[in-house]
Design a protein around this ligand. Structure first.
Ligand SMILES: O=C(O)[C@H](O)[C@@H](O)[C@H](O)[C@H](O)COP(=O)(O)O
Length: 265
């Protein structure tokens, strides 16, 4: 595995990890996540973990196996989605179903600490409802608040990126990337199907304590290169380039094809 500091902005740290295989990436991601879970459980008595959909869930497979299955204190986990498709929870397109089948059904997280969206509501209603749920959990002290931004500060967001440079359901050129007030919002014209989704906004993503950005495959080399090159003050930033932590640590978990366009890998 190669490791290098990546381009970063003031106040945040950024690290680039490049793995030889999916297996090596999954082993490292499991260790990283387990260590953060232990740290936050000890510090705050809770660990708030945010999941995306897509290939990320496969990359979490090693957490469901020994030694982590036994050593992680799963009772401290609270699980959220950075984005969700507005479909029933048992639908093939549901990020909840993807995470349940591949991860959550294999580890003993208390079901009451897994915060799925209300799939009986419209996109707009589900976004409002999810935001209200987050606000309640901030009040209860389960989710931390960022004193720097006034937005919730999740302990760890485990995210993926699409080949167009989108993260969560924040797509290039879509006005939602500029949302500054809401915690959770909705989209009805997602360019990636299905069209109706809810998503965290950038202020919430960028207030995290830690982000693991899991990106593999040659199809993503372009946006990886753009994001990790010295940032220009450009008006056409990809969503991945707008993921800049205010005060946190951003770690890229990648493979060689994904970083193949970088100069100094
Ligand atoms: O619901 C979604 O569509 C996802 O949350 C989305 O943001 C995903 O994480 C990326 O598209 C990367 O997906 P892949 O890793 O499968 O390419």
């Amino acid at each position: 595995m190669a490791t290098a500091p990546a381009a970063s902005d003031a106040g945040s740290k950024s690290k680039l990890l490049v793995f030889d295989s999916k297996e090596d990436l999954a082993v490292s991601l499991a260790k990283y996540t387990a260590e953060l879970s232990q740290k936050f459980a000890a510090e705050r008595g809770a660990f708030t973990a945010v999941l995306s959909g897509g290939s990320l869930i496969d990359a979490l497979s090693k957490l469901t196996e020994p030694p982590y299955l036994e050593s992680v204190d799963w009772s401290k986990w609270h699980v959220f989605w950075v984005d969700e498709r507005v479909v029933p929870k048992d639908h093939e397109d549901s990020n909840y179903k993807l995470a349940f089948d591949g991860f959550l059904s294999k580890v003993p997280i208390p079901p009451g600490q897994v915060y799925a969206i209300n799939d009986a509501l419209s996109a707009e209603g589900a976004a409002d409802d999810y935001e209200a749920c987050l606000k309640q959990l901030v009040k209860n002290g389960v989710i931390a608040m960022s004193t720097a931004t006034g937005f919730p500060r999740f302990d760890l967001q485990l995210l993926g990126m699409g080949p167009d440079g989108h993260i969560a359901s924040l797509f290039p050129g879509h006005p939602l990337v500029n949302e500054k007030e809401r915690w959770v919002t909705y989209i009805k014209d997602s360019p990636k199907p299905p069209p109706e989704r809810i998503t965290f906004t950038f202020p919430v993503i960028n207030s995290s304590a830690y982000i693991a950005m899991v990106v593999t495959g040659a199809g993503k080399a372009g946006p990886v290169q753009k994001a990790l090159s010295d940032k220009q003050t450009s008006s056409d930033l990809l969503p991945i380039e707008m993921a800049v932590l205010q005060d946190g640590e951003f770690t890229w978990f990648t493979d060689k094809p994904a970083v193949s366009l970088l100069q100094n890998k």
